[in-house]
Design a protein around this ligand. Structure first.
Ligand code: ATP
Ligand code: MG
Length: 718
């Protein structure tokens, strides 16, 4: 058979090959990280095309991000040699749904030109609906409502399908009514929110079997990556399409399900075998990505989860020089950033490219310190899956306040925050202010203050504007007297900006509050607010183009599916990782999802993974001495080595790695008393002993011991 020699099939292991070649009927590939699931999907598409089983337009392929979709398209091109014509149905659930909806919009009460609302518009609309129902907006906030509706939409529930209890749960029993009203207004505005994209498509399919049948016929092959993170609506959508045509192949890893908080249902994996009759389940066990040390560390860690389907993983990547997973302790986040910066430069000096390195953080506020450090060092970096720290919405808002205070003529800043939080200074008022400013060629703030002396503005707006302007005056008066970090906090509190996010019930709000705290902290490092603003404009100015060599900085959530030679994992401390919020809100399930995140993090690394924990960290703005993450304790002793980060630690000799003695380590280790995990206490002791006996495992670090050495030293095994 000619296909036996197809170049793209070469090198696949038998299970991968089965997953590629079992084209008919449902296939579920359930396999751990780095086993080639995504590669199987890509190769499968190449195979379908090469064997002329379908045209590109007849293949539906779902990826988790748009970036992943682009990459998949590129790789398919490589595999079959030459460009892939089309593949119009390769994309995220959302992008595919938009495409379908544009064609049939009228059937769900929209026009094909419908707009997709951003969160801001969505909230404004919800607020109107809540007001129209005569509800107290303080008690029933638009944001709380938004997250409830999102939840319903994730479960594909239209207003008439809401379970009675839930329909009554919000807005004095008016939940369903509000939901209906909201949908109604969206329709009048010819708009859809994000959740609608799936919901409307499902409704369309359910109400119009002929259209569904059309798509069922069209999509001869369906493929889904990162299947473990689909929500119920996405699952129903897939099932509807696959009813006519069972050639669906989903690949996923239950251990990498990390979007439970956004409605993903890992149970969709279990449902698959049940709902897709005759499903073939293929397991891939060979990992092609990581060294055995990295794999062992990840496998060991994830074995602590109870709720898992269970898999084994092995690797043949035999490399006698492979580095063990390293764990390093630093004093605080500043030293962490400095030390990682040094490590990056050292790797660079040895010829490694920045493109092959990534820093994966648990919470986005952690990025700030790294970004600042990279700018100082002149290292190119890119933030994946989100804006850079100073580009985040809440940071831009906050800085707009600071700019208004420090630079009264900054019109753009003024416009940005004049009505954020809402204070009754809408379009109408702004128009009048603008007109005067233009006519007199004066800044907006000055125009505003002149208008406050007249009768031109509505009394309510005038009072509100006056209040804001006098706030600005007061804060300006404090510029000289208060330390900049403190003043920033005062401004954000007194303006109501922080409060706005405190009232916010969306999933992102707590992270935004953390970012604001981090901002105030970073301002505290400057002499003045003006100095800080100047620093930021310098940071923002540099712009590494996508083609440049740059280190990647991202959250663990954004790292899904990616791989790098070297992965740095900072901030492994209790409260930060596992994150306190996950523990508080979801208990054991929350902890297990955090552990899966850790598993995702470690398994991104091909050759080198290094974990860091700081002895002190600001959590919610307060300095705390920390407890090392329980996940550290869960790493296997043999594959992990503890290294001391002597380098760059100002005040402790500073002579580089070699001059670092154990007694010094003890001195600078103030968190010993709060050290509650016995294994690490032992390890630490061993570490100190190893140092004092002058032992070194030969890579230039003095004063370090590996956990396995510790075993030999202490254990009865030897
Ligand atoms: P994740 O769960 O992290 O998404 P995955 O299972 O999708 O991982 P891939 O990204 O497809 O894994 O593959 C991991 C790495 O292994 C890639 O670099 C891929 O090219 C490589 N790889 C996969 N299969 C093979 C193979 N048969 N031979 C050589 N390399 C392979
Ligand atoms: Mg993958």
């Amino acid at each position: 058979q000619a296909m036996q020699n197809a170049p793209y099939l070469e090198g696949l292991n038998p299970e991968q090959r089965a997953a590629v070649e079992t084209l008919e009927g449902p296939v579920l590939v359930l396999a751990g990280a780095g086993t080639g699931k995504t590669r199987v999907l890509t190769t499968r598409i190449a195979h379908i095309l090469t064997e002329n089983r379908a045209f590109p337009g007849q293949i539906l392929a779902v990826t988790f991000t748009n970036k992943a979709a682009r990459e998949m398209k590129e790789r398919i091109g490589h595999l079959i040699g030459g460009n892939v014509e089309g593949m119009p149905w390769l994309g995220t659930f959302h992008s595919i749904c938009v495409k379908i909806l544009r064609r049939h919009a009228e059937l769900v009460g929209l026009k094909s030109s419908f707009t997709i609302l951003d969160t801001d518009d969505q909230l404004r609309l919800m607020k109107q609906v809540i007001q129209a129902e005569g509800l107290d907006e303080k008690r029933w906030t638009a944001r709380a409502f938004a997250s409830i509706i999102d939840g319903w939409k994730n479960r594909a529930l239209t207003p008439d399908q809401l379970p009675e209890g839930e329909a009554r749960g919000f807005g004095n029993g008016k939940g369903r009514k509000l939901y209906e009203e909201y949908q109604d207004r969206l329709s009048v505005l010819n708009a859809a929110d994000f959740g609608d994209l799936l919901l409307h498509t499902i409704t369309l399919f359910r109400k119009h079997p002929d259209i569904l049948a059309d798509y069922q016929r069209r999509f001869r092959y369906m493929l889904v990556d990162e299947y473990q993170d689909t929500n119920i609506a996405q699952y129903l959508w897939l099932r509807l399409l696959a009813q006519g045509n069972p050639n669906i192949c989903c690949v996923g890893d239950d251990d990498q399900s990390i979007y439970g908080w956004r409605g993903a249902e890992v149970d969709n994996i279990l449902r698959f075998e049940h709902d897709f009759k005759g499903a073939v389940v293929i397991r891939l066990e060979r990992n092609y990505r990581s060294t055995s040390h990295i794999l062992a560390a990840a496998s060991h860690l994830i074995a602590h989860n109870e709720g898992r389907l269970g898999k084994t993983l092995f690797t043949d990547l035999a490399d006698p020089d492979a580095e063990r997973v390293q764990v390093a302790n630093v004093w605080d986040s500043e030293e962490e950033a400095r030390s990682i910066g040094e490590e990056i430069e050292a790797l660079q000096a040895k010829g490694h490219r920045l493109n092959d390195m990534a820093i994966l953080v648990r919470a986005s506020f952690q990025m700030r310190e790294f970004e600042d450090r990279f700018v100082t060092l002149g290292l190119n970096y890119r933030v994946i899956g989100g804006p850079r720290f100073y580009e985040r919405m809440e940071i831009r808002d906050a800085m707009a306040y600071l700019r208004c205070v420090a630079q009264p003529a900054d019109d753009l800043a003024f416009e940005r925050i004049v009505n954020t939080p809402k204070r009754g200074l809408g379009e109408a008022t702004l128009k009048i202010v603008h007109a005067l400013a233009r006519a007199e060629r004066i800044p907006l703030t000055e125009a505003a203050s002149r208008l406050c002396q007249t009768e031109e503005l509505k009394p309510k707006a005038r009072t509100s504007l006056k209040g804001l302007l006098s706030d600005f005056d007061r804060w300006r008066g404090q510029l000289e007297t208060l330390p900049p970090g403190e003043l920033a906090e005062i401004i954000l509190d007194e303006s109501g900006y922080t409060e706005m996010w405190r009232q916010d019930r969306s999933a992102e709000a707590p992270g935004r509050l953390d970012n604001l705290k981090e901002l105030s902290h970073s301002i505290g490092e400057f002499e003045s607010i003006a100095g800080f603003l100047e620093h930021v404009s310098l940071v923002m100015d540099r712009d590494g183009g996508p083609g440049d060599d740059a280190i990647s900085l991202m959250t663990l959530h954004s790292a899904k599916g990616l791989e790098f030679d070297t992965v740095f994992l900072p901030g492994w401390e209790e409260g930060l990782f596992p994150h306190q919020r996950a523990l508080d809100e979801s208990g054991r399930a929350g902890l297990e999802e955090e552990r899966r995140l850790a598993y995702v993090g470690i398994t991104r690394a091909k050759r080198r993974a290094k974990i860091w924990f700081a002895s002190n960290r600001r959590i919610h703005g307060l300095w705390q001495s920390t407890v090392p993450s329980r996940f550290l304790e869960e790493l296997p002793e043999d594959q992990v080595e503890i290294v001391e980060q002597g380098s760059g630690y100002g005040g402790y000799g500073g002579g580089g790695f070699g001059s670092y003695g154990p007694s010094r380590f003890d001195n600078r280790d103030p968190f010993r008393s709060s050290y509650s995990t016995p294994g690490w206490q032992r390890a630490q002791k061993a570490r100190a002993e190893a140092g004092s006996s002058g032992r070194s495992s030969g890579s230039g670090f003095a004063g370090r011991a590996t956990l396995s050495e510790r075993g030999r030293r202490e254990g009865p095994k030897t």
